[in-house]
Design a protein around this ligand. Structure first.
Ligand SMILES: NC(=O)c1ccc[n+]([C@@H]2O[C@H](COP(=O)([O-])OP(=O)(O)OC[C@H]3O[C@@H](n4cnc5c(N)ncnc54)[C@H](O)[C@@H]3O)[C@@H](O)[C@H]2O)c1
Length: 331
């Protein structure tokens, strides 16, 4: 089956592509190659995929790709994905996540697509207190510009299913982690700083809770949805592995045999969501999917990968310095 993958040079899309090649799918990749992209992530399968470097906002080009490559399924991962950057400047988030998604949905309408998998996020639901879970039918109350842009994309997908019958499926994963994640996100930042014996920044007191999903489990769920998911439906993908950020940081320090004295509390992120937690009864019941990797196993594998690939990570540091200066302000 031919799949058009957007954003496959990114963290999660590249995991999806690596697995897809192993499953004999034919992959057409459309990626603009922003700062967050790196073709090294898919180097081992590069010869097996068709790659177009382009912006999803380029309607003419997207149309050309659909006409030429005739994909049956679209898996739309491409996005501006970092909350802190959206707080500094929401514009690229609206351009790519909202308008870009609309362009792709529009182009897809003109072709015979079996499924358009729109990758969303748990952040569309807003935040929870210490109790409760988000269901697929929970109200959407996004709090950051990033989350608003993803919610808008979700709503566009919903409208294109309802109005035009485009077979859109919305997928809402929880926080992903694993090898190849760009070191602006919590887990790789902690690993990188700790390996360097530098202060490890933690927002506020690190009490915020995240549900950690190992990236290969997330890709696996998306394959189940491609096979058996129903058009017009929404699927949460979570792991049930909730951790306070401070506990995640301490776990990483322990694996690296570093002192907790490296922890440096910094000014909280504005509008910081306290907790996310996804109910996954739907995907478990309908598609018999559940995450296979427990947090301790996943985090050990992740740390090991970063230790072995520290050269790749360190190459990104220069680009990250100005972001870090702005967002990690000592309290
Ligand atoms: N990382 C997480 O924890 C997480 C959790 C839930 C959902 N998501 C969603 O999953 C998807 C993938 O996240 P990620 O962490 O792999 O992101 P990422 O930032 O690592 O990669 C994004 C990719 O999209 C590409 N891209 C960005 N703008 C583009 C444009 N205009 N045209 C074409 N390509 C463009 C980039 O070049 C990059 O390859 C996103 O939609 C994100 O919102 C992420």
């Amino acid at each position: 089956m031919r799949i058009l993958v957007t954003g496959g040079a990114g963290f999660m899309g590249s995991e999806f592509i690596r697995q897809a090649i192993g499953k004999d799918y034919e992959i057409i990749l459309l990626d603009k190659l922003t700062y967050a992209a790196d073709l090294k992530r898919i180097e081992e399968v590069e010869k097996d995929i068709i790659f177009y470097k382009a912006d999803i906002n380029n309607r003419e080009f997207a149309d050309h790709i659909f006409k030429k490559e005739k994909p049956r399924v679209v898996v739309h991962w491409a996005a501006e994905s970092h909350v802190d950057r959206s707080i500094m400047d929401a514009s690229p988030f609206i351009d790519t996540n909202v308008r870009g998604t609309q362009v792709l949905l529009d182009v897809a309408r003109d072709y015979e697509i079996e499924k358009f998998i729109n990758i969303s996020t748990d952040e569309v639901y807003g935040e929870l207190g210490t109790e409760g879970q988000f269901f697929e039918v929970s109200p959407l109350k996004p709090n950051s510009p990033y989350a608003v842009s993803k919610t808008s994309a979700d709503m566009l997908g919903r409208a294109y299913f309802r109005t035009y019958g485009l077979p859109v499926i919305t997928v809402r994963p929880s926080n992903n982690y694993g090898p190849w994640q760009y070191p602006e996100k919590l887990i790789p930042v902690v690993i990188l700083k700790a390996m360097d014996n530098k202060p490890v920044p933690v927002y506020a007191r690190g009490e915020n809770v995240r549900e950690w999903l190992y990236v290969s489990d997330c890709a696996d769920a998306v394959f189940q949805i491609i096979d058996r998911g129903k058009a017009g439906e929404i699927y949460n993908i979570g792991s049930g592995q909730e951790r306070k950020n401070i506990d995640t940081v301490k776990t990483i320090l322990k694996i690296l045999d570093k002192s907790e004295d490296l922890i440096e509390f910094v000014k909280d992120r504005p509008g910081h969501d306290y907790r996310y937690s996804l109910n996954i009864d739907k995907i478990k019941g309908e598609l018999s999917w559940q995450a296979g990797i427990k947090f301790q196993e996943g985090i050990e594998k992740t740390v090991k990968w970063y230790v072995s690939n520290i050269d790749w990570v360190e190459k990104k540091v220069n680009y990250l310095k100005s972001l870090w200066e702005k967002v990690y302000v000592k309290t």
